[in-house]
Design a protein around this ligand. Structure first.
Ligand code: PAF
Length: 233
């Protein structure tokens, strides 16, 4: 069955209020769309997480929102793949109850927010070093989605590990009352992690991406075999 689609905060609240009042647990999988089997596996984890809430489980919500706040100047905001009809098919197959697909104005009425979530020191290292402001944008929109959907559990991919750690830390540090779960990375046969942005890769870049992944895994295994990463210095 096709999920119900909420475009506004009010439609979302209408779709969820009765089920929440009935005591059902709500699960959320936040996405930027261009859904692939990796996203579908997050939905499976979310569905299982709320299954304890009743015979049919609580409602599973997937948000689809390309968040301008997390893109820097010159990044791919305008060309980020947008595939809404195909996304609905993925959600239907995964048994999603509600797709929340708001406009930018619905999420940021009156323009971009004056108050944002600061990620702290972990936001400045690794990916945060080359993408200043990125994790503040991610945490701010995720905090807003938590406020709008009010999920009991939310699922994110381990593929974006720094993001996952920061979101779990935000939920704990700000007492947001949501359980944050990480789901395993799904990969192509050659080991490349599934990602909506893989469509940007030309054949040479794709080969490089696979080689990079293999090199990192080999380094991790070598470090573990020698008692920790410091042994590789
Ligand atoms: O991982 C993503 O797709 C995005 O960063 C998220 C968590 C949906 C926030 O926009």
């Amino acid at each position: 069955m096709r999920p119900a689609v909420a475009r506004t905060r009010a439609e979302l609240a209408d779709l969820l209020s009765a089920r929440r009042a009935a005591g059902e647990r709500v699960a959320l999988v936040p996405t930027m769309g261009a859904l692939h089997p990796g996203h579908a596996s997050l939905m499976t984890v979310a569905r299982e997480a709320v299954a304890a809430g009743g015979p049919a489980g609580g409602p599973l919500v997937v948000s689809i929102f390309v968040n301008p706040l997390q893109f820097g100047p010159g990044e791919d905001l305008d060309r980020y793949p947008r595939t809404f009809d195909a996304d609905l098919e993925v959600c239907a197959r995964a048994g999603v109850d509600v797709v929340f697909a708001p406009s930018v104005d619905e999420v940021y009425p009156g323009g971009l927010p004056q108050v944002t979530v600061h990620p702290g020191p972990l936001g400045d290292v690794l990916e945060g070093r080359t993408r200043p402001g990125h994790f503040a944008g991610v945490l701010t929109v995720v905090a807003k989605l938590f406020g709008l959907v009010r999920p009991d559990v939310a699922v994110f991919g381990q593929k974006d590990y720094q993001q996952l750690v920061l979101i779990a830390r935000m939920a704990a540090d700000l007492c947001l009352g949501v359980e944050v779960l990480g789901a395993e990375t799904r990969r192509e046969d050659d080991g490349l992690a599934l990602s909506s942005r893989n469509v940007y890769l030309d054949p040479a870049q794709r080969r490089d991406a696979v080689a990079l992944g293999r090199a990192l895994r080999a380094a991790g295994e070598a470090g573990a075999a020698r008692g920790g990463p410091a042994a590789l210095d």
